[in-house]
Design a protein around this ligand. Structure first.
Ligand code: ATP
Ligand code: MG
Length: 256
């Protein structure tokens, strides 16, 4: 962490997280638009008290069960998610036997390679969706996000999309896939289009998913299915929104 921030600063973690994105930008992983998108997330995180709520924890448990139940799970990554938690994404992929695929709104060969390099540096053996490997198309989409790997997202039954673009979430759902989103904004179109939305910061959500996936790994499939059946995304989103509005269990007013 930068010396000038100091661990006693009330926004220390938030400022450190910004530094990760700025470093990612300097490495060619993050684009300027990604820095702005993070700002939208930060505002919601502030209102959530910058902590994983009990409702997010519920969604995290359900998402971990969904990944473990999947026949072919894929973790789709963009620049921001790799800048913020590449190591954790790789660890989660190993625990859940999920493929990691690069999928970018602002695609360029250099950026794909920079992201792949970072993921490999953090322990990934295989990175899907880079260069000509992204040869399949999601026909409903206009942006570069339409280009997917036939051995990855195209084939997946369950896709985890940290920091997603709404149109693609909708398209993936229409293709019959189960979509797990991580989005701090419970009002976003991504949040309502996904079947499981984790309203939490990726920097907290992914490490929590690692713990849950480790805990649930040897659990009976029937029990995992029950976790999924008991979960209502719509209700979970309203509960998160209630916290943002400062409801009965809302965030502490002591926070600065
Ligand atoms: P949508 O297109 O789904 O309606 P949006 O237009 O509000 O959403 P985008 O700008 O397309 O959102 O993407 C940024 C989204 O990512 C925002 O919803 C923001 O809350 C979320 N976000 C940004 N940073 C983080 C983070 N670190 N952790 C979790 N979510 C984040
Ligand atoms: Mg959007």
């Amino acid at each position: 962490m930068h010396r000038s921030i100091g661990i006693r600063h009330p926004r220390a973690v938030s400022l450190y997280t910004r530094e990760l994105l700025v470093d990612g930008y300097k490495k060619g992983i993050v684009v300027t638009e990604g820095l702005i998108a993070h700002g939208r997330g930060e505002a919601f995180d502030y209102l959530l008290g910058e902590q994983t709520t009990e409702f997010a924890q519920d969604a995290i448990r359900t998402a971990s069960a969904a990944l473990l139940l999947a026949n072919y799970p894929v973790i789709s990554v963009n620049g921001n998610s790799v800048a913020l938690c590449a190591r954790q994404i790789v660890e989660l992929s190993k625990i859940t036997d999920a493929v990691v695929e690069v999928n970018l709104f602002h695609r360029s060969k250099e950026r794909e390679i920079a992201i792949e390099k970072e993921l490999r540096k953090k322990g990934a053996n295989l990175v899907y969706g880079v260069g000509s490997a992204a040869s399949s198309t999601i026909s409903e989409l206009q942006s570069d996000r339409r280009r997917v790997d036939p051995q990855g997202i195209y084939k997946a039954d369950t896709v985890l999309v940290p920091l997603e673009d709404c149109d693609r979430t909708e398209a993936l759902v229409k293709m019959g896939k189960k979509v797990i989103a991580v989005d701090l904004n419970p009002l976003s179109r991504t949040a309502s289009a996904a079947q499981i939305t984790i309203v939490d910061n990726v920097v907290r959500a992914i490490p929590h998913m690692i713990s849950e996936a480790k805990r649930l790994k040897d659990t009976d499939r029937g029990v995992l299915s029950q976790i999924l059946q008991q979960f209502s995304n719509q209700q979970n989103l309203s509960q998160s929104l209630q916290i943002i509005r400062g409801g009965p269990n809302g965030r502490s007013t002591e926070k600065q």
